[in-house]
Design a binder for this molecule. Structure first.
Ligand code: F6P
Length: 457
C-alpha cells in the first residue's frame, strides 16, 4: 500500500488532530503517503474529491497539531447510503483515480455503520472517537443480547451475567476524558454560585443515550447524577433533593441529555428532531426536569426556606454544551488518540478491512491498543448500537457511580491531565497577544493546501 486516505466524520471531539497526527507519523515512518479528505464523507460525495496531502516527502505538514481540539480536516454528519450502489461505485472510482489503496475513517458508531458499503470495495478501517464513549462493548458478545420486535424496535436483554472491566472492548474513546474534564470543571464552578445563593442547579451534559459523561462528571462532586440508562424516579429524587437542601442549602444535579421519565419517555425530547445520521437531537432535558421539580415541589417549600423566593427562582439549569466537545485535549486523549491513529495505519498495511482500532485495559498491563473486527460490534441484523453504561456502574439508590463504576473511571482519569495541560493555561490564556492579535484559524492555512481530483498528481 503506497497511499492511504483519512477522514474525520460525525461530531468533532478534542482529540481528532491527535489521531490524525498518530496516523500521519506512522504512515511516514513506513513510507506511505497519506491524504486527508475534507469534511468527512462530504469530500467523498464531492466529484472533485477535495483533499490535502498530509505528508509530502514523508514529512508531516505543520498544521497537524495534536494539542489543538477539533479537526484540521473538518467534519460533517454526511454519511454514505448503503442502498445507493451507484454512489458507492462513483466514490470508489474517484478514490482509484487518486490512487488511494485504503481509507481510515475516524468516527463513532454512526461512522462505522456508514463505512460498511465502502468496505466491500476498498480496505477501510475505523479509528474511534466520540466524547459520548459509546463506541465499544461492555463484554465481547454484547451484540448477541439485542433483539428486535416486529415494528423494528430494538431491545437489549442482558443474557450475560457478571462484569469485568478487562473484558470491555474499547475501554474509552478519544474525546471522552476531555469532555469529562470540562464538565467536571463546569460543575465545580456552578457549585459555588449555587451554594452562595441557596439554589438547586441542574447541569446537563452531552452523551445522547449513554450516560458516560454524566457518570464521569462525578469528579466535579455533584450531589446527584442522573443517567439515561436508568429512568428518573421523581418521588425518590425529590426526597433526596430535600434531604440535601435541608443539610447544605444547595443541591447540584447532573443529568445526561438523554434521561428518561418513569414511563421511559425522554425528558428532553419535547422539541425532538433528527440529524442527517438519523440520531435524535435532544434539547432540554435539564429544563424539562426543572419544570417537573417546580411543579412537584411547588413554591411553598422554597418560600419557607429562602425568605419568599419561588421554586422558579431557586432552581436553575445550565448546559455544559459544546465547550465539552472543544478545546485542547487532555493528555490521556492526546496520547491514546495518537496511538489509535497509528494502529489504524498498521491495520491497513496488515491487510485488515472493516476493523476498528481499540483501546483495551488490563490491570497488569494498563492501556494498550489492539484491533477488533467491525462485524463483531454488529448485532445479528448488522446494526451497531451505542454502548450504554453498564448497570453495575451506577447505584440507583444513591444516584451516584457504584464501586464498579468508580473502578472503571480510575484508570482513565487518575493521570489524565498532564503537567503541560496546566502549564498551557498559565502560559497562554492571559498573554497580551490574545487581546491584540486576531484569532488565526487553521482553516485558512488548510484552504491553501486543498487539491482536487482534476489537478491531483
Ligand atoms: O455524539 C456527540 C454529540 O456531542 C452528542 O453528545 C450530542 O448529542 C451531539 O453530538 C450534538 O450534536 P451537534 O453538535 O450536531 O448538535
Amino acid at each position: 500500500m503506497k497511499r492511504m486516505g483519512i477522514l474525520t466524520a460525525g461530531g468533532d471531539t478534542p482529540a481528532l488532530n491527535a489521531t490524525i497526527q498518530g496516523a500521519v507519523k506512522r504512515a511516514s515512518d513506513l513510507n506511505v503517503e497519506i491524504y486527508g479528505f475534507i469534511k468527512g464523507f462530504s469530500s467523498l460525495l464531492n466529484p472533485r474529491l477535495p483533499h490535502v496531502r498530509l505528508n509530502p516527502l514523508m514529512r508531516e505538514i505543520p498544521e497537524i497539531d495534536a494539542t489543538i481540539g477539533g479537526t484540521m480536516l473538518g467534519a460533517s454528519r454526511d454519511y454514505l447510503s448503503s442502498e445507493d450502489d451507484k454512489q458507492i461505485e462513483e466514490i470508489c472510482d474517484r478514490l482509484r483515480k487518486l490512487k488511494i489503496d485504503g481509507l481510515i475513517c475516524v468516527g463513532g458508531d454512526g461512522t462505522l455503520n456508514g463505512l460498511q458499503p465502502l468496505a466491500e470495495r476498498l480496505p477501510v478501517v475505523l479509528a474511534p472517537k466520540t466524547i459520548d464513549n459509546d463506541l465499544g462493548l461492555n463484554y465481547p458478545n454484547e451484540p448477541d443480547d439485542w433483539s428486535k420486535d416486529e415494528d423494528g424496535n430494538y431491545r437489549q436483554d442482558r443474557l450475560h451475567q457478571g462484569f469485568n472491566c478487562e473484558h470491555m472492548i474499547n475501554y474509552a474513546t478519544p474525546g471522552y476524558a476531555t469532555a469529562v474534564f470540562d464538565s467536571a470543571m463546569g460543575i465545580e464552578r456552578v457549585r459555588t454560585t449555587a451554594e452562595s445563593h441557596r439554589r438547586v442547579a441542574i447541569i446537563e451534559v452531552m452523551g445522547r443515550h449513554s450516560g458516560y459523561i454524566a457518570l464521569g462528571s462525578a469528579y466535579g462532586r455533584p450531589d446527584i447524577i442522573l443517567i439515561p440508562e436508568v429512568k428518573v424516579q421523581i418521588e425518590p429524587l425529590i426526597e433526596r433533593i430535600m434531604q440535601l437542601y435541608e443539610l447544605q442549602k444547595n443541591v447540584v444535579i447532573v443529568c445526561g441529555e438523554g434521561i428518561k421519565d418513569e414511563a421511559g419517555n425522554e425528558l428532553g425530547a419535547e422539541m425532538q428532531t433528527t440529524d442527517p445520521a438519523g440520531n435524535i437531537v435532544l434539547s432540554g432535558a435539564a429544563e424539562a426536569l426543572r419544570h417537573k421539580l417546580i411543579e412537584r415541589m411547588g413554591d411553598s417549600y422554597f418560600v419557607s426556606r429562602r425568605r419568599g423566593e419561588s421554586a422558579n427562582a431557586a432552581i436553575f439549569t445550565r448546559k455544559v454544551g459544546h465547550t465539552q466537545r472543544g478545546g485542547r485535549p487532555v493528555l490521556f486523549d492526546r496520547f491514546y488518540a495518537s496511538q489509535l491513529g497509528g494502529k489504524a495505519v498498521d491495520m491497513l498495511l496488515e491487510g485488515q478491512n472493516n476493523a476498528v482500532s481499540v483501546l483495551q485495559w488490563r490491570e497488569d498491563r494498563g492501556f494498550h491498543v489492539d484491533s477488533f473486527e467491525g462485524n463483531r460490534l454488529r448485532d445479528r441484523w448488522g446494526m451497531i448500537h451505542a454502548r450504554h453504561v453498564h448497570p453495575s456502574f451506577y447505584d440507583a439508590a444513591s444516584m451516584k457511580p457504584s464501586k464498579v463504576g468508580i473502578d472503571y473511571l480510575l484508570p482513565i482519569f487518575t493521570t489524565a491531565i498532564g503537567h503541560d495541560d496546566v502549564e498551557h493555561i498559565r502560559r497562554t490564556l492571559f498573554t497580551s497577544g490574545n487581546l491584540m492579535l486576531p484569532y488565526h484559524s487553521v482553516n485558512t492555512d488548510i484552504n491553501k493546501r486543498i487539491r482536487y481530483l482534476s489537478n491531483a498528481e
